[in-house]
Design a protein around this ligand. Structure first.
Ligand code: GAP
Length: 459
C-alpha cells in the first residue's frame, strides 16, 4: 500500500491521531526538530530535543533492561557504525538491498514499487492522479563512505545498513570472552543508515535511524521452539507499553516479500493513521549470516557443543525493531485531546505515556510564586527528587495552566506545595490520567513516586 498521510483509517472508539499533530507537539515542546533546519533541513533526518532525548533514553533503557539485564542467556554489545566493506558483500546488502521505484509521468510523484496498490501495479497508473508510471528502476539503499585521506588509497565502505551485522562479527569473540553456550543471544542498540528513496511519515521512515536487535543463536533442532518463544515475548513486550492493545497484530511475510536472508518472517504491526505498519520484524535467519561470514572471511564460525562435541553452524532467530518507530508509535498511542467537561472549562491535550517511559516523571509546583516559603519548600523537594528521577520545577502561570503544560508532555505526577504544606508538611500529588489528587507527607513522596514510575514489566 502506498504510504500517504491522507489515508485515515479508524476502528474502535478512539479516532487515529493525525501525524501532523505529533509533529507539531514534538517541535513546540522540544521532543523532535528537523535536522539542519536553518539550512532548509534534510529529508528523512531528525534531531531530538530535551524531552525527546529523555523519552528515547527511557525507551532504550527499558528494552535493554528487559532483553539483556533480566535474561541470563543474553548479553549486550555496542559495535561500530563503520565496518570492513566485505561485511556488506557477505551479508548480501551490496547485491540485494535495493528498492524498486517508479515515477508518475504526469504529477512527478515517486513511489516504491512494492508499496503500490495492486490495482495500480496492474494498470501501471499513479495512485494519486491516475497518470502513467515509468518502468521500475532499482536503487541500492546502502550509504557509501570512505576510510582514509589520501586519494587513491582511500577505501570505500558503507555506514551500516542494519545494525545486526556487528553481532555476527562479534559472535565468536563474545562466545570466547563471556563463557556463553548455545542457546544464547546477543543484543545491541545502534544507528543504521539507509538511502530510503521515499522517506516520510515523520520518524516512521528515515535515512538515519536506530534499531534494536536480538540475535539468538540456537541448535538447528531447536529453531522452531526459540523462534516461537521470542515471537511471543516480543509481542507481549509491545503490548505492555501501549494503551490501544487492539491496534497490535502479527503479520506473516508472504514468500515474495521475505528479505534475502529470511526463511520465515513475522512483523509485529501497529495500526495508526497510516494504516497497519511494521514495528518490529521477527526473522528466521537460519545459518545464512554465520555461513556467509565464514565463507567470505575464511574464519570458521562453527560451534562445537561442549558436551556432545557436535560441530555445526548455529541458526539465528532475529528480533529487530526500531527505537524511532517505538518513539513515534508511543506518541501516537498516548496522544489525546480531551474536550472541556464539568469543572474543566478548557479541555486539555494529554500524553498518556506509560509512567516508566515518560520523559519527565514529576513536576513540583508551588501554589503561588510570590510566597517565599512556598517557593523555598518546593525547590527543596525538587532538588531531592531530581537526584532520583527527572523532575521539573515550575512556578510560571496559574496552577491549572501548569498542570496542562505537564499533561501535554506526559508527566505522570504533579506535586503541589500549598498553604497546608506549611502547616503539616503534606503535599498534594495529582495524577495525570485521572486528575485525582491525594495528600501525602513530604517525606513519603520520593518512595511513593519511585514505586509508581519503576520498570513494572515482568515478561
Ligand atoms: N536486521 C533486520 C532488519 O534490519 P528491517 O525490517 O529492515 O530488518 C528492522 O528493520 C526495524 O528497523 C523495523 O521493524 C523498523 O522498526 C526499523 N526501521 C527499518 N527501516 C527504518 C527506517 N527507514 N526508518 C525508521 N525505522 C526503520
Amino acid at each position: 500500500m502506498a504510504q500517504t498521510q491522507e489515508q485515515t483509517v479508524s476502528t474502535g472508539d478512539t479516532p487515529f491521531v493525525p501525524i501532523e499533530k505529533i509533529v507539531s507537539l514534538c517541535k513546540r515542546r522540544g521532543f523532535v526538530y528537523p535536522n539542519s533546519e536553518i539550512y532548509g533541513g534534510v529529508s528523512g533526518i531528525y534531531d531530538f530535543g530535551p524531552l525527546g532525548v529523555e523519552l528515547r533514553n527511557n525507551i532504550r533503557r527499558f528494552w535493554w533492561w528487559s532483553m539483556v539485564q533480566t535474561n541470563d542467556n543474553v548479553v549486550g554489545i555496542e559495535g561500530a557504525i563503520i565496518t570492513h566493506p566485505r561485511v556488506w558483500e557477505a551479508s548480501g546488502h551490496v547485491e540485494n538491498f535495493v528498492d524498486r521505484l517508479v515515477d508518475c509521468k504526469n504529477c512527478k510523484r515517486r513511489f516504491r514499487y512494492d508499496h503500490l496498490p495492486e490495482e495500480n501495479v496492474r494498470q501501471n497508473t499513479c495512485p494519486v492522479c491516475g497518470g502513467e508510471l515509468t518502468e521500475p528502476r532499482t536503487f541500492n539503499l546502502m550509504m557509501e563512505t570512505y576510510i582514509g585521506v589520501v586519494e587513491g588509497e582511500r577505501m570505500k565502505t558503507y555506514l551500516r545498513g542494519e545494525a545486526s551485522q556487528n553481532i555476527y562479527l562479534d559472535y565468536d569473540n563474545v562466545l570466547k570472552s563471556s563463557r556463553m553456550a548455545i542457546p544464547y543471544g546477543i543484543c545491541q542498540i545502534g544507528k543504521a543508515f539507509r538511502n530510503e528513496v521515499t522517506p516520510g511519515n515523520f520518524l516512521f521512515r528515515q535515512r538515519e535511524f536506530e534499531q534494536w536487535d536480538l540475535q539468538f543463536f540456537v541448535h538447528p533442532s531447536q529453531m522452531q521452539q526459540w523462534f516461537d518463544y521470542w515471537r511471543e515475548r516480543r509481542f507481549e513486550w509491545y503490548k505492555g507499553i501501549i494503551n490501544h492493545k487492539d491496534r497490535l497484530r502479527f503479520r506473516a511475510h508472504g514468500p515474495d516479500e521475505l528479505a534475502h536472508y529470511a526463511k520465515q518472517a513475522f512483523d509485529i504491526e501497529y495500526q495508526t493513521v497510516i494504516g497497519w505498519q511494521e514495528w518490529e520484524g521477527i526473522h528466521w535467519r537460519q545459518d545464512w549470516d554465520l555461513s556467509r561470514h565464514s565463507q567470505y572471511s575464511g574464519q570458521d564460525l562453527s560451534y562445537t557443543d561442549p558436551e556432545t562435541k557436535e560441530r555445526y553452524i548455529p541458526w539465528i532467530v532475529e528480533t529487530s525493531g526500531g527505537v524511532d518507530r517505538t518513539f513515534l508509535n508511543l506518541l501516537l498511542d498516548a496522544y489525546e485531546e480531551e474536550p472541556p467537561s464539568g469543572k474543566d472549562k478548557e479541555g486539555r491535550t494529554v500524553l498518556r505515556l506509560n509512567p516508566m517511559l515518560a520523559p519527565v516523571k514529576v513536576a513540583v509546583l508551588p501554589l503561588q510564586k510570590n510566597k517565599e516559603e512556598l517557593v523555598t519548600t518546593a525547590k527543596e523537594l525538587h532538588s531531592k527528587l531530581r537526584r532520583l528521577m527527572v523532575s521539573q520545577y515550575d512556578d510560571v502561570a496559574n496552577i491549572g495552566r501548569r498542570y496542562r503544560r505537564q499533561d501535554e508532555i506526559g508527566t505522570p505526577f504533579c506535586v503541589t506545595i500549598d498553604f497546608t504544606t506549611l502547616e503539616d508538611q503534606t503535599v498534594t500529588i495529582r495524577e495525570r490520567d485521572s486528575m485525582s489528587q491525594i495528600r501525602l507527607h513530604m517525606n513519603e513522596v520520593p518512595a511513593y513516586l519511585l514505586e509508581r514510575v519503576r520498570w513494572d514489566y515482568s515478561v
